[in-house]
Design a protein around this ligand. Structure first.
Ligand code: NAI
Length: 344
């Protein structure tokens, strides 16, 4: 039975992996700490490591894992921008969970939007204090408004369907437009000019980093609402804060934040937060921050667990690694996968 070194464990991870581990004939040792340079050595004597979206899998981490015999690293998430794929190539196979519940993320995005637009968190706090006034709770109808969707992949297209259900007009920007999607594709500039609500559903790459910046914000309508459930660094947070302060931006729903690694998933309630941009954003009454939880549904956790364990089982059994990603195929270049079922 192979032994797995499981980093960055949360109670909900353990619950699902414990439920299914026997079906895949593996033993799992759970560690609370994140995978990073300092903790990589813990993987010595294990057959595989499992990590998450906010682990720091840089070149040094990769090399320490490799020196300690690790040849497979399973990400229990879709994104892999936290992994130095170049350093891993030829040494450690990186497998991931490409899709676990696009519905979970799309539904969270729309949930955040409704909460903010209809001021539900504020109303909830009021009624808990038996304050039943409606002053300052005026929202607006989503029906008839235009939503601009950046990235029309698995999550973006579900988000589009939900928005259409609300009677919203939809436009989209994606350098690889989907042919089977009934949506009007426009340039990023046009999307910024037209949209009352902008929602990000693209991956974080060199070309999408800070796609929402001072320039694109300047093109937007006054009172625009921005939703980010994708990756924090898609938005220049300082430019966002400026836009909110100047009242150009009407509201922001943020499930992700560019410097979230030190904060998200941790209880910092008795600590001083040394990130003035984050505290300013959280302090604004037209900003709603959740802690990278858009994926967090029972259905998604079940899929994450089953796919991660299957990825590992396939590796141990010498099979093809369908969900492997490497520095080549991630950039659209050919790797060994087509010929040999594995990236190298
Ligand atoms: P996907 O790969 O199905 O779709 C991504 C889309 O973005 C594709 O259509 C692609 O063509 C497009 N794209 C690529 N470059 C672009 C660019 N420069 N500008 C605009 N669009 C571009 O990915 P999926 O499953 O829809 O996920 C989207 C993102 O959601 C992920 O990359 C991840 O960052 C984020 N995510 C967040 C979660 C959370 O819990 N908050 C959970 C899961 C994913």
């Amino acid at each position: 039975m192979e032994k797995i070194c499981f980093y960055n464990t949360k109670p909900y991870d353990k619950k699902y992996f414990e439920k299914y581990k026997d079906d895949f004939s593996v033993e799992i040792e759970y560690f609370r700490g994140k995978l990073r340079e300092k903790t990589a050595v813990l993987a010595k004597d294990y057959d595989a490591a499992v990590a998450f979206v906010n682990d720091d899998i840089n070149e040094e981490t990769i090399n320490i894992l490799y020196e300690n015999g690790i040849r497979i690293l399973a990400l229990r998430c879709a994104g892999f921008n936290n992994v130095d794929l170049e350093a891993a190539y030829g040494k450690i196979h990186i497998v991931r969970v490409p899709a676990y519940s696009p519905y979970a993320v799309a539904e969270h995005a729309i949930g955040m939007l409704l909460s903010l637009v209809r001021k539900i968190p504020r109303a909830y706090n009021r009624t808990r204090d038996y304050n039943f006034t409606l002053n300052s709770l005026v929202g607006f109808d989503l029906h008839g408004k235009t939503v601009g969707v950046i990235g029309t992949g698995k999550i973006g297209r579900i988000f589009i369907d939900i928005c259409k259900g609300f009677g919203m007009n939809v436009c989209a920007y994606d350098p690889y437009p989907a042919k089977d999607l009934d949506v009007e594709y426009v340039s990023i500039e046009e999307l910024c000019k037209r949209s009352d609500v902008i929602s990000l559903h693209c991956p974080l790459t060199d070309s999408t980093r800070y796609i929402i910046n001072k320039r694109t914000i300047s093109l937007m309508k006054n009172n625009v609402y921005i939703i980010n459930t994708s990756r924090g660094a898609l938005i220049d947070s300082e430019a966002l804060l400026e836009g909110l302060k100047s009242e150009k931006i009407g509201g922001a729903c943020l499930d992700v934040y560019e410097d979230e690694t030190d904060f998200f998933y941790e209880d910092k309630s008795d600590k001083v937060i040394h990130d003035d941009v984050l505290t300013s954003l959280i302090g604004m009454n037209n900003v709603l921050v959740t802690s990278h939880q858009a994926f967090l549904t029972n259905e998604a956790l079940e899929n994450i667990t089953l796919t991660t364990l299957q990825n590992l089982r396939d590796y141990f059994d010498g099979k093809e690694l369908t969900n492997e990603v490497c520095v080549k195929c991630a950039n659209g270049e050919a790797c060994e996968k087509e010929n040999h079922g594995r990236c190298f």
